[in-house]
Design a protein around this ligand. Sequence first.
Ligand code: ATP
Length: 368
Amino acid sequence: MTDVTIDGVTKTFQDSNGEIVAVDDVTIDIEDGEFLVLVGPSGCGKSTTLRMVAGLETVTEGSIELDGRAIEHRQPKDRNVAMVFQSYALYPHMTVRENMRFGLEESTDLPDDEMNSRVEETATMMGIGDLLERKPSDLSGGQQQRVALGRAIVRDPEVFLMDEPLSNLDAKLRSQMRTELQRIQQDLGVTTIYVTHDQTEAMTMSDRIAVLNEGRLMQVGTPLECYHRPANRFVADFIGDPSMNFLDVEQRDGGVLATADEGFRYPLSSDVADDLGDATDLVLGIRPEDVEVGDASATGDHTMSATIDVVEPMGDDNVVYLNLVDADVSLIATVDGMRRLESGDAVTVGIPEDAIHVFDRRTGDAVH
Ligand code: ATP
């Protein structure tokens, strides 16, 4: 039973151009048994954060604790964490059995027959019980990936660390392994930190996600919190597919959000206007799934005339690209895949006030 505290951790690297701050004062408390996903674009510092927990990188500042015990000065093998890499990192000259035993031999002094039975039990659980005498080169990518996971599980570590472990698998296998990995993690109840740049993986697998950008922590929360109440524009943009629509607006007297050319005017209720205070330079955000596409005769305070530019059928949904008639504004909406909409159609766009997000344009922080 282990919780992990990443406390004010910073990592700087030196390269020929000077100092790179890869991780910048990141604090995350990961609870015992939790599945935490570190997510963010390439280069945001996810792997470096994970590697510091594993002991594969030193910590420049801050501390990392397992159950309140500082571990940042311990050797990787003395941390009781097991890491699974994107590349699987199996030893090519060893059989599956030897690969799985290797980690056990390093970290425990169990009797021989107990090691064997633990390897066999884990291999059966991972569905690779009949592959134990094969070499990695005789296995498919999916099977190699199971061996890599099995090798981590057999050690019975306090914490699993996983760095994009599914990204070399094809889409179908990836989604199957996603479910399986989640089930195994829940059954074993082992605290897990999982790195991915794939927001679907983050949203579907995690108890909570930690969103990083340029080394800084943008938000930690459940997938639904990050989706419904993004702390800032970065998270709002990163989570959700297609991405949220953003519109530069100013707050005018009388609680109206308007584009600079006044073509788009959006009256606010007093509740929302109160949240905005006297801020002027703002960004209005609306998710494509919250944009309502209605027929051309619809009216209302938050309804505007629009023309359909492009319709992309995606099966269940249509992704619709729209241009507002009275303003130089383009929006993306997702609508039911059964609806007959065509390029050039005159429609209306409704932006329900209970679905809007408002961000400070300078800081990016959510103000509503
Ligand atoms: P990706 O998804 O592409 O793997 P990431 O979010 O995992 O990205 P990191 O690998 O943690 O990002 O890298 C964060 C930053 O630190 C990047 O700017 C990277 O170039 C830099 N970096 C990482 N390792 C080193 C190193 N050993 N020396 C110098 N810079 C490094």
